[in-house]
Design a protein around this ligand. Structure first.
Ligand SMILES: Cc1cc2nc3c(=O)[nH]c(=O)nc-3n(C[C@H](O)[C@H](O)[C@H](O)COP(=O)(O)O)c2cc1C
Length: 199
C-alpha cells in the first residue's frame, strides 16, 4: 500500500478487533522492526530501546502468562471480562515487546551526571518513538495494532521464558493482526487550544 507520511500517521489507530490471519511475511515485519530500531532517534544517540518479536506459539505463551498473572490478582467473580480482554490480544497474529536497557541509561547517568534526572525520562520518550514508528509502519502494511501495559505483572516471567537480559526493562506490549473491526470514531480536541504559533 502506498501512503504518504501524514496519511499513515492519520490511519494508525488502536485496533482491538484483530485476527491471526497473515497480512505480510514475517520477514517484512522483521525488516520494519530492524529499520525502526536502526533509524528512530534516541537521547544522546543512546540506542537504549530493545525489541522482541513474538510469533506463533511464543505470542500465545505471552498472553497465557498474562492471563495466569491476572488470575492471581483479579477476583474470580470479575475474571471473565479480564479473560475476554486477554483472549482478544491472544487472537492477534503476533506481539511486539518493547524494552529499555537500563544499563545504557545508568551508564549515561554516570557519564553525564548533569542530566542524571533526565535520562530515565528521555529513555521512556525514546521508547515511545520506537513504538510509534513500528505501530504506524504496521498500519501501512495492513496490520492493526494496540498498545498494552502489563509490564510489572509479567516482566519476571517474560524474562525467564525468553531469556531476556536482567537489565532490559519491559515498557509495552503491542499485539497486532489483521483488522476484523474498524476502530470507532475518534474525538479531536480543538487544535487552537493545543497549538500556539508565533510569527
Ligand atoms: C503512551 C500510550 C499509552 C497507551 N496505553 C494503552 C493501554 O495500556 N491500553 C490500551 O488499550 N490502549 C493504550 N493506548 C492507546 C490509546 O488509548 C489510544 O492511542 C488513544 O485512545 C487514541 O486512539 P487511537 O490509537 O485509535 O488513535 C495508549 C496510547 C499511548 C500513546
Amino acid at each position: 500500500m502506498v501512503m504518504n507520511f501524514f496519511e499513515a500517521v492519520e490511519k494508525r489507530r488502536t485496533y482491538y478487533g484483530i485476527s491471526k490471519d497473515k497480512v505480510v511475511s514475517d520477514e517484512r515485519i522483521q525488516e520494519i522492526i530492524e529499520h525502526a530500531v536502526k533509524h528512530t532517534p534516541s537521547a544522546f544517540n543512546s540506542q537504549s530501546t530493545r525489541v522482541v518479536l513474538l510469533l506463533g506459539k511464543h505470542h500465545t505463551k505471552l498472553w497465557d502468562i498474562t492471563k495466569e498473572s491476572l488470575r492471581r490478582i483479579v477476583e474470580a467473580d470479575n475474571f471473565s471480562s479480564t479473560e475476554e480482554k486477554i483472549n482478544s490480544f491472544e487472537s492477534a497474529y503476533g506481539t511486539i515487546l518493547f524494552f529499555e536497557d537500563s544499563s545504557v541509561v545508568e551508564y549515561l547517568q554516570r557519564e553525564f551526571s548533569t542530566y542524571k534526572e533526565n535520562f530515565p525520562i528521555w529513555s521512556q520518550q525514546t521508547n515511545g518513538m520506537h513504538q510509534f514508528v513500528i505501530w504506524t509502519a504496521l498500519e501501512i502494511e495492513g496490520y492493526g495494532a494496540s498498545l498494552q501495559h502489563y509490564n510489572e505483572l509479567i516482566e519476571e516471567d517474560v524474562k525467564k521464558e525468553w531469556n531476556i537480559p536482567r537489565s532490559w526493562k519491559l515498557i509495552a506490549q503491542m499485539p497486532f493482526g489483521k483488522p476484523t473491526a474498524e476502530p470507532g470514531e475518534k474525538e479531536y480536541g480543538s487544535l487552537e487550544e493545543r497549538i500556539k504559533i508565533f510569527k
